[in-house]
Design a protein around this ligand. Sequence first.
Ligand SMILES: *Cc1c(COP(=O)(O)O)cnc(C)c1O
Length: 412
Amino acid sequence: MSEQLSRYPAVAEIDLQALAHNVQKMREFAPNSRHMGIIKADSYGHGRALFAVQLAKLGYDIVGIAQLAEALEARKELDAAGFQNVAVFSWILPPVGEDTLRDALQTGIELSVSTPAQIEAITSAYASLTQAQQAASSRAAARIHLKVDTGMGRAGATPEEFPALVDAAIQAQKSGIQIVGVWSHLARADEAGEDGNAATMRQLEIFKTAAKLAKDRGLEGFQLHLAASSGQIWHPNTHFDMVRDGIAMYGLSPDPANTATLDLGLQPVMTLKAQLTSVKKVKAGQTVSYGGTWIAQRDTWLALVPLGYGDGIPRHASNAGPVHVQTRQGTVRTHVVGRVCMDQFVIDLGPANKAPANPGDWAILFGNPQRLSTAGCPTADDWAKASGTINYEIVTRLGARVPRIIFEGEPR
Ligand SMILES: *Cc1c(COP(=O)(O)O)cnc(C)c1O
């Protein structure tokens, strides 16, 4: 940890105690459903390896991840940590060769299908696992979830196509394919207004109809899952057998315009901070960064924060992104001035006679305002607002080069 810290002037602290707290909250939001922990995109930017295993330790018996390549990695991490029994579900079936599909089936990764052609590809890959291979790996299994597009307009069979998908699945059962899920995804479950509610209710009805159709045609033993974080929090009638824990598990509200993160009782898991690399006084009239979009109105202290859009700091946060600097004299609350550059940005520390901060002092970009060591700090929600995006994007696109430091509770 200290080596990484000393070599890179920024760090994303990942608070496992906050994660555990949020996991408990998810169980309270949806107390009667199985919970799948979603770890796509390097766990929403919180860090690669670790997360599947951390969630397994927190009691999850299934994790979900978008890309099949990521799923294969998660499978390895879980196995290496002794969590062979934790299932991995992957819902983007890329047009990969049969080899990759076989790898997935060999270790029992659960796959999502939207078309009969995908079922065929899986059936054929499964058949081509030789007897010997199947015997060699007791875990080889073809477990699939049928996806119905209830209104998201993304993946999934349309309601019109769904009966054919079910029929293909029933056929495939004869070749050993197990249908373990029927599922869908809500498009507007975060919205507080009537339109959003109506859209969610329409999706819910289509989902129930699809579930009934699958049962009526003879499928059984599958789990129904529809709700991600927003469905869990705001639509209890969407919970069904299983729910998928995403952004709220990482301690962020699925929609702060609906209910703010802290009002949901969630604790942000990630704190992003960097050490000031310079502090200097400039004269009134000094322009800052490319394009000179900010001009000092008075003599003032400027400090340099060594994070930029190369680290995923949105350039749209130019002249806006909030920053707290922790100094020996206390916390200086300020924001980005001028444009965010690739590796750094500038903040204004005000006109004091003496330097209000020193190189090496920590600038907190966002984190958990309720944590002692970052009390009152800005949140990913604030950065999302300052840059016209959503908190999901703020944490997820944090660059791979920023070290992630795992800790429990207060660091150091
Ligand atoms: C991202 C995602 C989730 C989790 O969504 P959150 O809004 O982060 O809770 C669940 N299911 C699918 C299919 C997803 O793509």
